[in-house]
Design a protein around this ligand. Structure first.
Ligand code: GTP
Ligand code: MG
Length: 361
């Protein structure tokens, strides 16, 4: 999974990138100019994988991974600059917009004042403008082709016009109600406002847990049509310090600050929820591994995630839930309790299912 960190310049993008990846890249008080995006990969923390690994003692333990990218800031109205950022967003599964709420006079704000609601709106508008440009171009090309005698694909034309109207009403495409087939038919156009988005509100240390912060979260979520849980207030500066610590040191620090979950974990769990992702697990002496799939995936789709041969030759999925396995303590005990069940191709996989696929090659 690839998550692109975006935002205006100096909002704290690199700070959040450092907090989530544990890296320690330079952060500056002036807008940075970099040619290539920063990339960092992190393990998705999952206690279930750690526990299963302690039971099976496999040769290899593999967590799911997330790749974060961090690049230059978006600039209001500067399409040439923003296009570079959007090219990166096109490859992402989700966008994390960092919105500055911290007040630090030494750090230059591109709009010369700290106004989080305005900036969150600006970031959304820039996505809409980019998609609008793409739509206009596409529709113009269809019209030209029609003039030359090529019969237009009416279904596509209608859909694109619907998208354009939605954007002109200032709504991002991610909120447009469409059928799965329509979503699929839009995919190749690589719209950016179609991507799931989460907002990180980068607050001052003094505002952590404050009533003002709570109100700001609600204001941004309401105004821009986000679920409030998809607007995450956190103090980038502190989170970056936490990201540099060893886990045992970090937990003392978190307790002292009253932070329940560090940013690196919190962002991942919110992204999983927003993207409707779940994990299933495979276990054995060779490897304990977690696999990320879409919620609602069938057993045969999960098999395909591992290998196309397992999908093709699928016979049965032998499934035990993580909780039942943990309660039983071993596969033999879980079987005795009747917790291990055989399922066919259409079984809908649950988060935390431990699966052994039986297949023919
Ligand atoms: N006080 C305070 N300062 C912060 C916080 N987050 C970031 N900063 C500071 O703000 C400045 C900009 O942070 P960066 O992380 O470099 O911001 P950026 O969005 O990556 O900036 P560009 O890459 O230049 O667009 C740095 O001096 C950071 O130390 C915060 O939560 N509180
Ligand atoms: Mg930066």
């Amino acid at each position: 999974m690839n998550i692109a960190i975006s935002g205006l310049s100096n909002a704290g993008k690199t700070t959040i990138f450092n907090a989530t990846t544990g890296l320690n890249l330079e952060t500056t008080i002036y807008a940075s100019v970099i040619e290539t995006p920063h990339r960092g990969s992190v393990k998705v923390p999952d206690e279930r994988v750690d526990w299963l690994s302690s039971v099976f003692k496999p040769k290899k333990t593999t967590h799911s991974t997330i790749e974060y990218t961090d690049f230059i800031g978006l600039i209001r109205g500067d399409m040439d600059n923003n296009r570079k950022v959007f090219d990166l967003l096109k490859d992402a599964d989700a966008i994390v917009d960092v919105v500055r709420a911290f007040k630090e006079p030494a750090v230059v704000h591109p709009e010369n004042s700290v106004e989080p609601l305005r900036d969150a709106r600006t970031l959304e508008v820039e996505l809409l403008l980019s998609d609008l440009e793409l739509l206009e171009k596409r529709l113009a090309r269809m019209d030209e082709a029609a003039k030359r005698g090529k019969k237009p694909d009416e279904a596509e034309r209608k859909l694109l016009i619907k998208c354009r109207e939605f954007i002109e009403d200032e709504h991002p495409l991610r909120n447009l109600p469409l059928t799965p087939e329509q979503w699929k038919s839009l995919r190749h156009l690589q719209f950016v406002s179609i991507k799931p988005k989460i907002i990180v509100l980068n607050i001052s240390e003094a505002d952590m847990g404050s009533r003002e912060t709570e109100n700001l979260v609600v204001a941004i979520a309401t105004e821009l049509g986000y679920k409030p849980e998809h607007v995450i207030p956190l103090c980038g500066k502190i989170e970056m310090e936490i990201g540099q610590l060893q886990p045992d040191e970090a937990s003392d620090f978190l307790n002292a600050l009253g932070i329940k979950e560090p940013a690196c974990k919190r962002l991942i769990s919110v992204c999983y929820e927003a993207l409707e992702l779940i994990s299933f697990l495979t276990v054995g002496e060779d490897e304990v591994k977690s696999w990320t799939i879409n919620k609602g995936s069938s057993a045969v789709q999960a098999a395909g995630k591992i290998h196309s041969d397992i999908e093709k030759g699928f016979i049965r999925a032998e499934v035990v839930s993580y909780d039942a396995f943990k309660a039983a303590g071993s596969m033999a005990e879980a079987r005795k309790h009747g917790s291990v069940n055989l399922h066919g191709k259409t079984y809908i996989v649950n988060d935390g299912d431990i699966i052994n696929f039986r297949f023919n090659v």
